[in-house]
Design a protein around this ligand. Structure first.
Ligand code: C2E
Ligand code: CA
Ligand code: CA
Length: 659
């Protein structure tokens, strides 16, 4: 080996080792923490890489001094040049990092960026070609000459520009960040001056590393962006990230995965298990797509994908994986989900608009699909939804509804003893006819249904009283209640007051509750039913046969009437069957199925008869149906065979002519 280490070499090595340790610590902390691109980590990574190169050169130089014979003068000169160039590079990246922190770096602004990098380019060119001398005299070993002067000037320029940038933009940054950067710059400049006065010390890399450390401290608050329950980035990070994408005029896709059974899992296993499942799914996404995952809402996670990196097939495949079993305490919880994808800014121009679209999609696309790409048609639906909402709002305030009445035929009495009241919108021009089947669910979702229910009820009662329907042989009017109405605390009061106001007997109303509403709503419904029943109102189970057909509930004697849904009846008749089932059904297959459907219907009618409940058959369109259903034991018939729903005057005329 070479000569024994002199004291000056020992000092050199100690400083180098401290540098390397400091740098190692920064690397470790930097890589350990999750980073978000909006934290402007790109230039920081560049600083770390160039300083690492710098420290390696520095080590090599020091080693070359002590093991002189293994290093040619030429190799050592190259090392010195590289050392100078990498230290300039680090300073350049520090400056760029500060520019991005102040939000004034714009990637697309080519000319500005070239101007900024000009001193660096000169420094690199000079670093390669300009003369360099190496002093190995008594005051230490160091390089000097044109290269060194050039690098000092370049670093001075970036230092100066960074200070100016900080001063101008100090309002944009948090105080803590400014202090950290300013402290870093101050320490760096002190080291620079000491270095200039004592060329033998070689302290400049230490200065840069301390500057890095101070910059790194600015990252520390990345913790506030993490959701520790599920390991994803949190919704604040998500929104910040989206904002930076929108502000950066980027083109990108946003995908949100939502899970269908989460409310059930939540209810059954609790919040923590849900979070564990999210963590699992987050990992699957991170591993397959290599992207950051954000926890957007309690049961939604999101990813943001640059346009150029978007691969629809990969996302589709990922979506098919979100149909998996989560093992918990020896039981397997099955989770299915849908990934919805929106392209920005073409389809959504702001975070708020994007969120609107996502919640709209979750409401409207089928949950059967595991991948849903937002499209313009859906947008039309969205437009239609808001149009309908506007029309409803307007109708509520400007008497925009009317009621129609569909007569109900009593088989035993051979006359029309009642009618079902159905609501209609007067506005048929703005976007054409809107069926209650379409606007009632919207009214429910938008919290308008109670108001509309009240209007419908008032209109029915007012008409019944004015036209003296009782005197014309109408025993009761059937009126529809939607699921949301059934569980509203104010329902009983509303109905009671209205009937009282028009002086009608309380048993004049029969309230239709759909089977699904009845099975899915709990106590509040029962309380409403009890109170209204005490008052004298009666109830029908509507749409029987479309839901879960809860026979237990049917036997629960809450209902006087069971309305068999038209779909159950129509599947027994070839013509009507076409309206609800595939048109392509072959004739033989159809005949066999019809035989079965008839058997089912017959049994259902028998069963309801056994329970001593009355039956209404809906959708009766032909004489054949009238005869068959009457024969099977159906009590009442309703349908186009007798009459479509009629407006007030027509309805009265109908009753008169039927007598
Ligand atoms: P629903 O209670 O099942 O009402 C029966 C529907 O079947 C009515 O449609 C009626 O016009 C139609 N219909 C009756 N007989 C026949 C027939 O022979 N052939 C055919 N093709 N159709 C027939 P409409 O009036 O469009 O009402 C749709 C749904 O909107 C109703 O279904 C009900 O759930 C809801 N709805 C209507 N009015 C109100 C209301 O005032 N309040 C609430 N909450 N919902 C209402
Ligand atoms: Ca009904
Ligand atoms: Ca029905």
């Amino acid at each position: 080996m070479g000569e024994p280490l002199s004291t000056i070499y020992a000092l050199y090595f100690q400083i180098r080792i401290i540098n390397a340790l400091l740098l190692g610590i920064i690397w470790f902390l930097y890589l350990k923490n999750k980073r978000l691109p909006f934290e402007k980590g790109n230039f920081f990574t560049a600083i770390l890489i160039s300083s690492t190169a710098n420290v390696i050169c520095d080590f090599a130089i020091t080693y070359s001094l002590y093991a002189t014979y293994t290093f040619s003068g030429f190799l050592r000169e190259i090392l010195y040049r590289l050392f100078m160039i990498t230290i300039c590079l680090s300073m350049y990246f520090v400056h760029m990092h500060i520019l991005t922190l102040c939000n004034i770096y714009d990637k697309s602004h080519r000319r500005n960026n070239t101007i900024i990098s000009l001193p660096l380019l000169i420094a690199i060119a000079g670093g390669i070609t300009a003369p360099i001398q190496i002093n190995s005299g008594g005051d230490g070993i160091y390089s000097y000459g044109a290269v060194v002067n050039l690098e000092y000037i370049t670093m001075g320029i970036y230092f100066f520009m960074s200070v100016v940038c900080l001063v101008i933009n100090h309002k944009k940054l948090k105080k803590r960040k400014i202090t950290n950067i300013a402290m870093g710059l101050l320490v760096w400049s002190c080291f620079g001056i000491i270095q200039m006065l004592n060329p033998g010390l070689l302290l400049s890399s230490t200065g840069i590393i301390i500057l890095e450390l101070m910059n790194f401290l600015n990252f520390e608050d990345s913790k506030v962006y993490i959701n520790y329950e599920n390991g994803c980035f949190n919704s604040m990070a998500y929104r910040k990230m989206l904002k930076s994408y929108f502000n950066g005029n980027k083109k990108f896709y946003v995908a949100q995965a939502s899970f269908h059974e989460f409310h059930i899992i939540h209810g059954k296993y609790g919040h923590d298990i849900c979070q564990k499942i999210l963590r699992d799914i987050g990992n699957i996404i991170e591993n397959t797509l290599g992207l950051k995952v954000y926890s957007v809402e309690e049961e939604v996670i999101g990813i943001i994908i640059d346009k150029n990196n978007y691969d629809e097939e990969a996302v589709r495949e990922l979506a098919s994986k979100i149909d998996y079993g989560f093992t918990f305490n020896a039981s397997v919880i099955h989770v299915t989900g849908t990934i919805d994808v929106v392209y920005c800014p073409d389809e959504a121009e702001s975070v708020a608009e994007l969120e609107d679209i996502f919640s709209f999609m979750r409401m409207y696309r089928s949950s059967q699909q595991n991948f849903y790409r937002y499209d313009k048609n859906m947008y039309k639906e969205k437009e239609r939804y808001s149009d309908i909402l506007r029309i409803l709002d307007n109708a509520i305030n400007n008497d925009g509804f009317y009621m129609v009445y569909q007569p109900i035929y009593s088989v035993k009495k051979g006359d029309f003893h009642s009618a079902e009241a159905l609501i209609r919108l007067k506005d048929n021009r703005t976007i054409g006819f809107i069926s209650p089947e379409e606007f009632i669910p919207i009214a429910e979702k938008e919290g308008l249904i109670m108001k509309i229910g009240e209007i419908a009820l008032s209109k029915v009662c007012e008409f019944s009283q004015r036209a003296n329907l009782i005197g014309r042989g109408i025993e009761y009017i059937e009126i529809n209640l939607s699921a949301v109405q059934c569980i509203d605390q104010g329902l009983t009061r509303q109905i009671k007051d209205t009937i009282y106001k028009y002086g009608l007997p309380y048993n004049f109303l029969n309230l239709e509750i759909t089977e699904t509403a009845a099975t899915s709503s709990g106590n509040m419904l029962n309380r409403n039913v009890e109170a209204l029943r005490d008052m004298g109102a009666s109830f029908s189970m509507d749409d029987f046969g479309t839901g879960y057909s809860n026979l237990a509930q049917m036997a629960d004697t809450q209902y006087e009437l069971i309305k068999i849904d038209k779909s159950l009846i129509w599947c027994c008749y070839p013509e009507q069957r076409k309206k609800i089932l595939m048109k392509t059904e072959t004739e033989e297959k159809r005949d066999a199925s019809i035989t079965k459907s008839v058997a089912v219907l017959t049994k259902i009618i028998e069963l309801i008869n056994d329970l001593k409940l009355k039956i209404v058959a809906e959708g009766v369109e032909t004489k054949e149906m009238v005869d068959a259903l009457s024969e099977k034991g159906v009590d009442y018939l309703q349908g186009y065979y007798f009459s479509k729903p009629l407006q007030e005057e027509e309805f009265l005329e109908f009753l008169e002519s039927a007598e």
